[in-house]
Structures are given as C-alpha cells and as structure tokens.
Ligand binder design. Structure first.
Ligand code: M6R
Length: 587
C-alpha cells in the first residue's frame, strides 16, 4: 500500500527519493510523486509506474536538498494525477505525503471549506496539508501547530510534511502506520520501510504510534502527541536485508521461490531457548489463539493442526479481520500468536490491539524486523527469510511453516535433525520446474481450478488456490478432500483441472479415493506425490522424505511455480498483481 520516503541532507534529494520509491514498489501502487523544496516547492506526480513517470516527468531534474516522495494505492478518490501525492495547501506553504485513512475527513473538509480552503483532489490526505497550514497561521510555533493537527485527526496515518518557511525541517508523524528514520552523517531519511534507505545507512530509529519527529540535517527531535520529548534508541539493521535485486531472475517472485532452500535454512536457525519458551507458553496456556491474514492465515491453520496432533494443544484459529467474532473468548488466560510477513498488516495489528486490551499475551512470527507487530509482542520469532518483494507470499510462507515445525518439534522433545534436510528436499522439488511449466501451459485456458488435500495438506491446498488467484486471476478453490462430496463435486465437469496433494502420509489412500470420485466426473487430476498413480492425468514428483510430516512445506513449492507460470502464460506481471498491495495497512 502507500509508501512514503523523505530525505534531508547535503545531496540532491530527488535521485535519492526516486531510488527510495523504487525500493517501495513491492508494496503495490497506482500513482507516484515527488516534491522538493528549493526556495519554492517543486512537485511532480502522475499515474503509473515510477520508471515510466520518471521518463516523462524527469524527477531527477528537481533541485533541492530536502524532499518527500510517495507511492499511492488509491482508497479515497480514483486513480488520477490530482489524487496522487504530494499534496499542497492552498497557499503552497505546506506540502505533504500520507499513508493511511483519515476517518473524520468529511467533517474536517467542511471545516476547512468554511475557512475558505480550496481543494484540488478528492483525497482525505490533502486535508492534512490544509489543516497544517491553518494551524501554522493560528499557533505560535510549528510544534504547537502540529500537535493541534494530530489532535483533530481521526483514523490511522503516517505522514511527512515540508513547510516552505522551514527549509531545514521535515516533519514525520506516525499513528498506526509504519514510519522509520534512517540516520546518517549530516543527512536523514524517512520511510515506510527500511528497505528504501538501507543502501545508505544501517542506523534506524523506529517511530512508535503517536510520535512526531522533527528532522533537520543535523538533528532529530521526537515528541509524543502530548508534546513530551522522547529519547529513542537507534537500531543497527542487518545489511543483508538490503538485497532487493532480481539477480539473474526475470521476476522477484521466481527469485523468491528459488531462494527457499536458503530461506528455510535461515528460518530454522533460531535461538533454541526462545523456541522452547514459545512452545512451553503454548503448551501451558489455557486458551491459545492463532491469527493472520491471507497466506499467513494458511500457515496459522497448519499450526493449529500441528499443535493438536503433536502436543494435544487445542488452538482456535481466526482470520484477523474476524476478531470481533472471537474477542469475547479472549481473556487474561489467553495467548494470541499472530503470524505476519510484514508485521504491518492493519487487520492483524487491530486484532492484536483488541486481544491486548482483553489481557491476552501476544506472541508473533514475523519476517520484518522492528515491524509494528514485533513491537507489540511479548515474544517474537523472526522468520529471517530476507525481504520479500513479490506481492505473492512465497518464501515467507515456507519460512513461517519452518518456524512452526521447529516450535512443535522442540515442544514435543523431538529432534530438529529432519528439519535441517528440508533445504535439500526443496531443492529437489524445485528441479520439477519444467514439468510444472508444461502443466501450466496445458491448462492455460482453464477458468476454474481446484486444489485438494486432506489433513495437513488442506492448508496447502488453500494456499495453492490463493497463489493461483492472485497471480493469474484464475478462479481457484482450495478444498479439504473429504468435503468434495458435500457440494463442490457438482462443479466438476469434463476437463476441470484438480490439483491433488497426495503425499505418502496417512491421508494417501482416502485422498486417492477422492481423486477417483473426481475422475469419474470428468476431472483432470494433477497428482503431486512421490509415486505416480494411474488415475493422474499429470504428475509432479515429490522427493521421497522419510519424515512425512515435512511434506506440506515441500509440496507448496510446485503450487507456487504453477501460479507463477500460469501468470506468465496469461501475459501478466507476477510481481505486481492488479488491485493488490504487498503490505495491507488499512482495515
Ligand atoms: O504481511 P502479512 O503476512 O501480514 O500479509 C498477509 C496477507 O496480506 C498476505 O499473506 C497476502 O495474502 C499475500 N499477498 C498472499 O500471497
């Protein structure tokens, strides 16, 4: 979703902002823009991708050593140049970029209209620029002006503002949307994600909710929303996370699929004591809840199965956006384990906030270090799979599952030795790439696709369907194999492709029976298994793994490849699927 960058220092701001925005492209956006201050404000913005916009607008010609930039993912107002950011106030005294939603914007807009403000966009964001201009005219100093602005804004937001009369000041405000400062010599960076400045500095200050930073070339002052000064700790970031190039791959998605042998190994390299501690908490807590969205929800569902089967721990899993239906069950005897790649998904953060209010202890499995979810958690295990740029979660999913398996194995007092072989199993299954590509070509015209699995393979079926939907825009459903006969069989026609997850575990024979039922109704069966059954029309071989409980992590890889190749076959960009954002920061 919207991405924010800011720079103040001794260099020209525009090339730095442009590169920063490029590094935020993964979040998803429909328009972009940059503003610099060089005596007067210069603003260039438009609809479309940053590279194309730069060709026509020449962002890098913009002068000035201070500036802000933005990628917009439309919420209020359609995708137009006027609605793209930066926005300015009527008298062009304030220029601003914003991420989030101003909930009381209609009321604020009416107030500003009564004060003769004229708007040039339909966005809620522009309101903030006008409010700040209004507040500056009626307050003694900038600090009291900004405090009055945040006092009147409802909703969630992060914004960056520049003031014409203050060429050595960037104002950064955070409430329920991420914002982090990069600290370097005589220069400062601000962004929604450290990725946009990690190539320039590894020193970061993460703003917390309800904090305001006054950033000049040589100093940073941070206040809370009451105006109290706050001392913040500087975090040293790991340089490895700066690796956001595609390397030899055509797309980030393909690169990330191929990174899984390494990322799984990294995910498994956890501190043993911390893993055991989390396992113990889950084992001893009366009410265990697991929550996440999208792919992270599928991982959560698998953890529920693992806890039940291996530890006899009962856990409730809920979609974070459904917290209202669960909250009455959550109390001080509860643990909520939240799962998120970004750690910034608004639905997850909202669920966690509600669970905390009700006295629950929060645990999390997160990829992005220093993210809001990690900061809200009592304990976090990081998945350490590196930046995931493709909108579709791939390596973050296998990394989440790896951490989950590790927790369960440790709590069951088993040996994690088998887990260490995962990287080799994934390498083996990646070698089936050409087979998967051929299958994707065979079914390129299919409008409906079904993914079927039992037990631990069911969450993977859900995940396979989600991947295909989001990357190739083909309707897909993930089904528990035993459920087919309760309704979905009616949809099976001559030639309907059904992908069958059938590893040699206790689900093997009943799943094969489901395949026969499907086949009798005309389905084409794509079997994913260690051995080819005659009823499969197509077959993707899985490596032989003696620890059969590991199959879910391995078998998801061909599903990711199928979605990727289907997207290519349909001439779609797998890295940036339409209508989607990597980090969904609105509820
Ligand atoms: O960052 P999160 O794991 O919290 O994100 C949750 C979902 O938005 C995410 O998994 C989404 O479903 C992916 N695009 C799926 O590939």
């Amino acid at each position: 979703m919207c991405g924010i960058v800011g720079y103040i220092g001794e260099q020209r701001a525009s090339p730095i902002l442009l590169e920063g925005l490029r590094r935020l492209e993964y979040r998803g956006y429909d328009s972009a823009g940059i503003a610099t201050l060089d005596g007067n404000f210069i603003i260039k913005k438009g609809v479309g991708r940053i590279g194309k916009l730069n060709d026509s607008l020449k962002f890098t010609d913009m002068e000035g050593n201070i500036g802000i930039g933005h990628t917009r993912w439309a919420t209020h107002g359609s995708v137009t140049e006027e609605n793209s950011h930066p926005h300015w106030s009527c008298k062009a005294e304030v220029v601003l970029v914003h991420n989030g939603i101003v909930e009381n914007y209609t009321k604020l807009r009416e107030f500003l209209i009564s004060r003769n403000h004229k708007f040039s966009s339909q966005t809620d964001s522009e309101i903030i620029a006008h409010l700040l201009e209004e507040a500056i005219s009626s307050h003694a100093d900038i600090k009291s002006a900004i405090l009055s602005v945040v006092g009147s804004l409802g909703g969630s937001y992060a914004f960056l503002a520049m003031i014409k009369e203050q060429p050595d000041l960037l104002i950064a405000v955070r409430k329920d949307a991420p914002l982090v400062l990069g600290i370097a010599n005589n220069s400062h960076f601000v962004s929604s994600d450290v990725l946009s400045f990690i190539d320039k500095t590894n020193q970061a200050i993460f703003l917390d909710n309800k904090e305001i930073a006054f950033i000049s070339r040589n100093k940073v002052q941070i206040f809370d929303f009451t105006g109290k000064s706050i001392q913040k700790k500087t975090t040293t970031l790991a340089w490895e996370i700066s690796d956001v190039s595609k390397k030899e791959y055509l797309h980030f998605t393909l690169k990330e699929i191929h990174e899984q042998p390494i990322s799984v190994r990294q995910a498994l390299a956890q501190n043993e004591k911390e893993v055991k501690e989390i396992g113990e908490i889950l084992r001893k807590t009366k009410n265990v809840f697991i929550t996440g969205c999208g792919t992270s929800y599928h991982a959560s569902l698998l953890l529920k199965y693992l806890l039940a089967k291996n530890l006899r721990v009962r856990a409730d899993v809920f979609l974070s956006s459904e917290i209202d239906q669960q909250k009455d069950l959550i109390d001080s005897d509860s643990v909520v384990l939240a799962v998120s790649q970004s750690g910034e998904t608004a639905d997850v953060l909202n669920a966690v906030a509600i669970a905390k209010q009700r006295g629950a202890r929060i645990l999390s499995i997160v990829n992005v270090m220093g993210s809001s979810l990690a900061r809200e958690s009592y304990k976090t295990l990081y998945t350490h799979c590196g930046p995931e740029v493709g909108v579709a979660a791939t390596k973050s999913f296998s990394a989440q599952l790896s951490v989950m398996f590790l927790i369960v194995v440790a709590a069951a007092k088993g040996s994690p030795k088998d887990l260490l072989a995962l990287q080799y199993h994934i390498r083996d299954v990646l070698a089936t790439e050409e087979t998967v590509r051929t299958i994707s070509e065979k079914y390129i015209g299919a409008n409906d696709f079904y993914f079927v699995g039992r037990g631990d393979n069911y969450p993977i079926a859900l995940e396979g369907a989600l991947k295909l939907k989001e990357l190739s825009y083909v309707h897909a459903e993930g089904m528990a194999a035993g459920e087919l006969k309760h309704g979905t069989l009616a949809l099976i026609e001559q030639g309907t492709p059904v992908l069958l997850l059938n590893p040699p575990d206790e689900t093997y024979l009943p799943t094969l029976n489901s395949a026969l039922e499907l086949k009798a109704r005309g389905a084409k069966i794509i079997g994913i298994s260690t051995k080819r059954d005659p009823c499969y029309d197509d077959f993707v071989p899985l490596p032989a793994i003696s620890s059969t409980y590991l199959f879910p992590i391995v078998e998801v890889v061909p599903l990711q490849m199928l979605a990727y190749f289907t997207a290519l076959g349909r001439k779609l960009d797998p890295d940036y699927p339409r209508n989607l954002a990597k980090s969904v920061t609105v509820v």
